[in-house]
Design a protein around this ligand. Sequence first.
Ligand code: ADP
Ligand code: MG
Length: 693
Amino acid sequence: MRPEILFSLFAPVASLPGIGPRYAKLVERLAGPHVVDLCWHLPSGLIDRRYSPKIAEAEAGRVATITLRVGTHEAPHTRRQPYRISCGDGTGQLDLVFFHARPDYLAKILPPGEERVVSGRIESFSGRLQMTHPDHIGRLAELQKLKTVEPVYPLTAGLTLKPLSKAVRAAWSSAPDLPEWLDPAYQARQGWPAWRDSLASVHTPNGATDLDPGTPARARLAYDELLANQLALTLVRHHQRQQHGRVLSGDGHLRAKTLAALPFALTDSQKRAGEEIAADMASGARMLRLLQGDVGSGKTAVALLAMLNAVESGAQAAIMAPTEILARQHYRTIAPLAAAAGVEVELLTGRDKGKARREAVGRLTEGRSAIAIGTHALFQQDVGFRDLGLVVIDEQHRFGVHQRIGLAAKGQAVDMLVMTATPIPRTLVLTAYGDMEVSRLTEKPAGRQPIDTRTLPLDRLSEVVDGVGRALESGAKVYWICPLVEESEVSDLAAAKERCATLSARFGARVGLVHGRMKGKEKDAAMSAFAEGDMDLLVATTVIEVGVDVPQASIMVIEHAERFGLAQLHQMRGRIGRGAAKSTCLLLYQGPLGETARARLRVMRETDDGFKIAEEDLRLRGAGEVLGTRQSGMPEFRLADLAVHQELLGAARDDARLILERDVDLRSARGQALRVLLYLFERDLAVRFLRSG
Ligand code: ADP
Ligand code: MG
């Protein structure tokens, strides 16, 4: 149960002043559903209103707070002209300009002949100074109040700064004092303020340096977040270690049959990873292993063999994929290979309902089926197993710790294998998984043809379309990836639909579309028409990013490649070059490109090695962007920036270990405060592993 002291922080954002139901939706999308999410919504800049010149000295382009006498109101003659109010201060003239103005309202707040204070950006327009829509208009007495530094927050379409700032201020200024969870000596050494003071401080910057992530207030909040992360992971891990693992050690008879049915021989990496996994499963401790392998390195086969090992020793296994498409694809790949060994497989996704689903669940509960493949639907309440021994989680970073534990709870001392295509540096594996063993697939399966990657400016689109036409003629299958439009799924979709329409006009019924907002059934239909049917050109938003396997596809066009992260481009490109045909990837960019953008596209042309690409990306963009973002697969921190706070991560890990050594159930005074910290960062689940108290 969340402690009472945090109730107000976890109230809905709609409870804040100025946030009605319409804004609430936008704020939720931007920051999150709770008041606390607005506390974590940090300023990205500031507006300094302390500049307060006489009009004669005012510099155009700067934000200023100016005292002036209101002059004549000049209403526009046409709707397109603005409403002007000429004002002055004895040294010069300045017009206040309003578009779509309400004259009666302006007459009220800016009565002719009166003195007022206005604050906003000064512009120069055909030789006259003006201010369009001042941000603030006040009486003389309010001058000092207006001459402040205002934080600027990241916004989203439809939400302006004023109401958001007001809500953020209300959020942090009403935050309660919380008990101190930091070690007092460490806090003193770092010179960090208390939690609430830190919060107030990050939201009231006085100058650009206050926005620096290295300030004591900001560092403290970052440390809090990292400590919550490390403490939660350490608690979970501690709990897992305490439970006995089971010995899963098959005799290999099923694996032998499936290996014989595989149309290829395993790579050495696959064999080695298989041995490492088998050794973990055979030991009495619970397995928690990460299988890292670049896209196309063949993680699925390794997972299948691990699952068959579990089945050989009498247990069941489950593999969980992040999307419907992937779960179905796994099913298509795995079911026939498992069948070759006489093993029954069930598919369970959010879309499987009714009788068929009940029967599938029944077969798993009774143990008639040994392997379950699915999405997060697998850990719904009604899904049970007779004896679940191994859980495999594909593309791990899409799932949280919660889901991992949720699925593991369906069996006894379940072994866990998590698979990711993200090349995460070892130290950072820590933040995502805590303490964990790692296996790596370092080679690509034999017979892969290198992908020919080229970059072209978008204005050569018609040549590209011609080229795609020729390729289609000769029987190729083509992915066409539509641009990523920032912050808006809707416009991603619009762009994809439009491209699909123009390509259909040219190539007819061979063109199809798949996007994230499609219903599951429609998505599958599109994907399988592309994989097996007569659709040859698939226009897609980035939904195909992870894991899809259509070996016949040999061409990929990516529009606005400069907008994608390198890791994401690499993931997408990994969809081609899987078959025997020579593959080509065309990266279309919108010029002119900056230095970094050009260098990044060059990296894509020059290498196909995921680890190298990640390293280069890190070097070119800085760790913050790569490691802080979703693409990297790392947990998204709101306050910590691993590029800046990496040292704090190490300290948080050590702190967490020490805390649990001394006070494993968090019963001491500091322990109680740390419980509040876990709840504050929504690591509630970890708290369940504490004995009550
Ligand atoms: P990922 O690691 O990206 O999940 P997959 O498991 O989907 O990769 O495998 C990619 C493709 O490579 C699949 O078509 C699979 O059948 C094939 N494959 C896997 N292992 C080998 C191998 N050892 N030799 C040849 N092809 C392989
Ligand atoms: Mg995969």
